[in-house]
Design a protein around this ligand. Structure first.
Ligand code: ATP
Length: 269
């Protein structure tokens, strides 16, 4: 008989008691002060689920995002990738994490090369990873732009010719290019007009459902996180102060800091 526990896939990526210590940017020249940007964080990201990470500026959200996508190496703690512990951070390992866990940043204007037309920006990751033939790559680029709800005419435009919302759609299409298991979206709507924020949130949640993606949604705005997340991690000064199903955290927040965030939160979107 099959064992139901063993049949469940492991998380795509899991952090266990992870710390990242930096030399403080404000420390004096003679005394190198240290700051724990991330301080004992444990969390897991599964396909088909949205994990929200919320906290004020400086709470360690972006550093956590960088660890998840292989851009930052923890000072201590464990990273598990598809059920295996990562022992070495060699270039091939980081490349593999980067292919499976892709990222959408806050500001699409800086994420896209201003001199590259959208077609080339979307084909670039396919070229780098030598995926398919030239015509298969062209077809994939057209599929990607349709998946994010843009017309193929956009492919010949430069990023500056698009609106902020359209540029973020392109950044999402680029993040999907290598068929990742997980997308980490770090404040993906914060730089956008209020009028298009909900559209981008809906696009991310639709793509998550359609492609069975894991989504890590990072924001300082607890109501936005609530709107998209199955599970929420609340961070304060590098630590996880609350972690649980979204509904539970909103029904009965246990931590004072979470209550403060809820009290300070503006109306949805
Ligand atoms: N490269 C670095 N060198 C030194 N300190 C850093 C570095 N990166 C982050 N920090 C510090 O680590 C802490 C956490 O930063 P982090 O950017 O992860 O927080 P955040 O919650 O994402 O905030 P924000 O929303 O403002 O980006 C802050 O005190 C920050 O100043």
């Amino acid at each position: 008989m099959s064992d139901p526990v063993k049949d469940v896939d492991p998380p795509v990526i899991e952090l266990k008691d992870v710390r990242v210590i930096y030399k403080s940017r404000t420390g004096s020249l003679f005394k190198a002060e240290r700051v724990a940007a991330v301080d004992g964080v444990s969390l897991a990201v599964w396909r088909g689920k949205t994990l929200g990470i919320v906290g004020e500026s400086g709470s360690g959200k972006s550093t956590t995002a960088k660890i998840l996508v292989g851009l930052e190496r923890p000072t201590s703690g464990e990273i598990w990738f598809k059920g295996r512990r990562i022992e070495s951070f060699s270039a091939p390992v980081r490349r593999e994490i980067g292919r499976v866990v892709s990222v959408v940043f806050q500001d699409p204007a800086t994420a896209l090369n201003a001199r590259m037309i959208i077609r080339d920006a979307l084909r670039d990751p396919l070229d780098v990873h030598r995926i398919g033939t030239r015509s298969q790559r062209e077809a994939r680029v057209r599929d990607l732009i349709r998946m994010v709800g843009l017309p193929t005419s956009v492919l010949d435009a430069l990023p500056t010719q698009l609106s902020g919302g359209q540029r973020q759609r392109v950044a999402i299409a680029r993040a999907l290019a290598l068929e990742p298991d997980v997308i980490v979206a770090d404040e993906p709507t914060s730089a956008l007009d209020v009028s298009v924020r909900a559209q981008i949130l809906n696009l991310l949640t639709d793509l998550k459902a359609e492609l069975d993606l894991g989504l890590v949604f990072i924001s300082h705005d607890i109501q936005t996180v609530r709107y998209v997340s199955d599970e929420i991690v609340v961070m304060n000064r590098g630590k996880v102060v609350e972690h649980g199903p979204s509904a539970d955290i909103f029904a009965s927040p246990r931590d004072d800091y979470t209550r403060t965030l809820l009290g300070a939160a503006p109306a949805l979107l």
